[in-house]
Write a protein that binds this ligand. Structure first.
Ligand code: PGA
Length: 258
C-alpha cells in the first residue's frame, strides 16, 4: 500500500488506459523502465513512478517492478457480495494494487455520476487505498465560473469521507479539453486552478491539510512540457496518458521531474 509521500517528491503517474495488448508487453515495459531508472545518469528515488494499469496485469507488474507503484484505473462503488463484473477497493488492495484513479473523465463519460464518484472515493479511502481523484472542467468560461464549479466538485466528491482518511488522497486536475488533445493547458492556467482546489481542501480539512495534499496536472503532458507544470504550474506531479505508453518518453518525464 502506498500513501502519498511528502510533496517534495513529485508524483508521476502513468495512465495506461487499455494498453498494452498483452501481459508480456506490460512486464517487458516495466522491466525496461526499471533498467533505465537504475542505470541511467540521473539519480532517482528507488520508487520513481506510478502506473495505473489494466487490473488483470497488476499482480504481474508488481512482481516485475522494483521501481514503480502499480495501481488501478477505476474501482467499483458496490460492496462485497452479489454484483457481477466489478472489483471493489478492498479487493484491489488485497490483489496488490498500491493506488487507484477515480473519476477519470473517460470513466465519467461512460455514465459515472458525481454521486457515484463520491461513493467510490469514500469506499476507496475507507479501504486505505491511495486514491487519485480526477476532476476537471469540460470548457472554460471567460468569467471564471469553472473555478467555483471545480471547488464545488471537489467538495462534493469528498462529502462522504471522514477527515482522518484524507491522508490517502491525491487530486489530479485534468481539464477535459486537454486530455488526448494536441495542446495542454498552460502552466498559468493550471496555477489558478491549483489555488482554487487548495482553497476547497482548506475548507474541508483545514489549511495545514490543504498544504500537504499532492495536486497533479494531466492532459497532453509530453517530455518537452512536463517540467514546466511543476516549475510554473504549482503542481506536485503529473498524470500522463499517451506519453506513459512509451518507455523512453515516460523515463524522460520521470527523470526531468525529479
Ligand atoms: P493524455 O491523457 O496525456 O494522453 O492527454 C491524460 C489522461 O487521460 O489521464
Amino acid at each position: 500500500m502506498a500513501k502519498p509521500i511528502s510533496r517534495h517528491v513529485p508524483l508521476i503517474i502513468g495512465n495506461w488506459k487499455t494498453t498494452p495488448a498483452t501481459r508480456e508487453e506490460a512486464v517487458k515495459f516495466v522491466k525496461g523502465l526499471d533498467r533505465k531508472i537504475t542505470t541511467g545518469k540521473y539519480k532517482l528515488p528507488r520508487r520513481a513512478y506510478y502506473l495505473a494499469a489494466p487490473d488483470i496485469f497488476i499482480p504481474h507488474l508488481k512482481a516485475a517492478t522494483k521501481n514503480g507503484y502499480i495501481g488501478s484505473q477505476n474501482v467499483s462503488g458496490t460492496s462485497l457480495g452479489q454484483t457481477t463484473g466489478q472489483t471493489i477497493p478492498s479487493q484491489l488492495l488485497s490483489g496488490g494494487a498500491d493506488f487507484t484513479l477515480i473519476g477519470h473523465s473517460e470513466v465519467r463519460a461512460t455514465g459515472e455520476t458525481a454521486d457515484a464518484r463520491a461513493h467510490k472515493v469514500a469506499l476507496s479511502l475507507q479501504a486505505k487505498l491511495m486514491t487519485v481523484l480526477c476532476l476537471g472542467e469540460h470548457e472554460r468560461d471567460k468569467g471564471g465560473k469553472y473555478l467555483q464549479e471545480l471547488e464545488d466538485d471537489v467538495k462534493h466528491a469528498l462529502s462522504l469521507v471522514k477527515r482522518d482518511l484524507f491522508e490517502y488522497l491525491v487530486i489530479a486536475y485534468e481539464p477535459v479539453w486537454a486530455i488526448g488533445a494536441k495542446t495542454p493547458a498552460t502552466p498559468q492556467e493550471c496555477f489558478e486552478v491549483v489555488i482554487a482546489l487548495r482553497r476547497a481542501l482548506a475548507t474541508l480539512g483545514g489549511i495545514d491539510y490543504a498544504k500537504k495534499v499532492h495536486i497533479l496536472y494531466g492532459g497532453s503532458v509530453l517530455p518537452e512540457n512536463a517540467k514546466s507544470f511543476l516549475e510554473e504550474g504549482g503542481v506536485d506531479g503529473l498524470l500522463i496518458g499517451r506519453a506513459s505508453q512509451d518507455v523512453q518518453d515516460f523515463y524522460t518525464i520521470i527523470s526531468s521531474c525529479h
